[in-house]
Design a protein around this ligand. Sequence first.
Ligand code: NAD
Ligand code: MG
Length: 389
Amino acid sequence: MTGITILGATGSIGKSTLDVLALHRDKYRIIALTANHNVERMASLCQTHKPRYAVMANEQAAKQLKGRLSGQEITILSGMKALEEVAVLDEVDFVMAAIVGAAGLLSSLAAARAGKRVLLANKEALVMSGDLFMQAVVENNAELLPIDSEHNAIFQSMPHAFRDGLKQVGVERILLTASGGPFRTIPVNELATVTPEQAIAHPNWEMGKKISVDSATMMNKGLEVIEAHWLFGASADDIEVVIHPQSVIHSMVSYSDGSVLAQLGNPDMRTPIAHALAWPQRIESGVAPLDIFEVGRLDFEKPDLERFPCLTLAYQALRAGGTAPAILNAANEIAVEAFLEERLSYMQIPQIIDSTLQAIDVKSVNSLDTVLESDSLAREHANKYLHNL
Ligand code: NAD
Ligand code: MG
């Protein structure tokens, strides 16, 4: 039996992961589940899946969970350190890193440092600490398998030896597909008044609120460009974003002989999750087979950078290197939260991020402390900007 910890079990990726695991109770044993504040959902997950450990973000939520689960044999912990503890337990082989945002960095990194198979959904962790994270993977013989559907598709379309260098294995370019989100075609002058409800209504995917807003601004694709840079050793110039509104091709790899390999499937996260769990084997995911006749056609467009300034900001941060991606990510997290709380308009999201990138000095990344310091300076600046609006 393979032991699994799910960091972020109450979220959208957490749910899809539990759905896949439920099909394979003979292969996988759930050791730990973690959540932020949602006691009700966590109690119900613990009753169904019987993990040995549950972690809540704070003591009060943990206490409430204990109340709900009295009589059940389970250890309930709380706080950031506990997230790391359940990621590195001996009986844990795989860690699903599915906490959203910078909050997932330390526990995702702890799993890599402990040499686990890390199923990485928490792209923000890699964006913030790419160099350190990849180093931790190599030094500790961890396995890093991408859950993000695009990166999982790229992984599936890459030769096994891609870590020798992309040019070495004949890879010319990565074609990173994007749906274009809910605002791909609305007139640009209407963007000024779009609401959080409109932004989180994604045409093809059902996801958490933060990534849904990121998909609307295309900051999600920007973060994914940076994620692809670290996962596959690709430079900014090697990664091209392609708008593909059907979300059936999940990304492509273009080779020096003219071949282009792609991975296709219905837009359902259970496919990349099942892939990463079973790799290099295959298991059932519960996803319906792709009906290519119903799909009928596949369209492609170049992204409109005036409509999606966040994409340009992310390329800038990647090219600047060092802590610039961590600064970008922190400012974006503050901006998205403020937009969701209606303290900021949609068009101001890129403005805050741009201002923060210009204001905070980029440092070279030599330790986690450098990353965390840039993250907190960027948050401070972004919050000040918000305050002065
Ligand atoms: P979500 O908001 O649905 O779930 C987030 C999870 O993280 C929840 O379990 C929540 O309790 C936990 N969490 C949030 N803040 C926390 C904190 N401060 N401390 C501890 N736990 C905390 O998000 P999601 O859509 O499942 O996305 C999770 C990650 O996966 C994100 O990084 C996202 O970019 C990535 N991802 C998601 C999808 C998708 O389809 N949902 C696709 C690709 C990548
Ligand atoms: Mg994605």
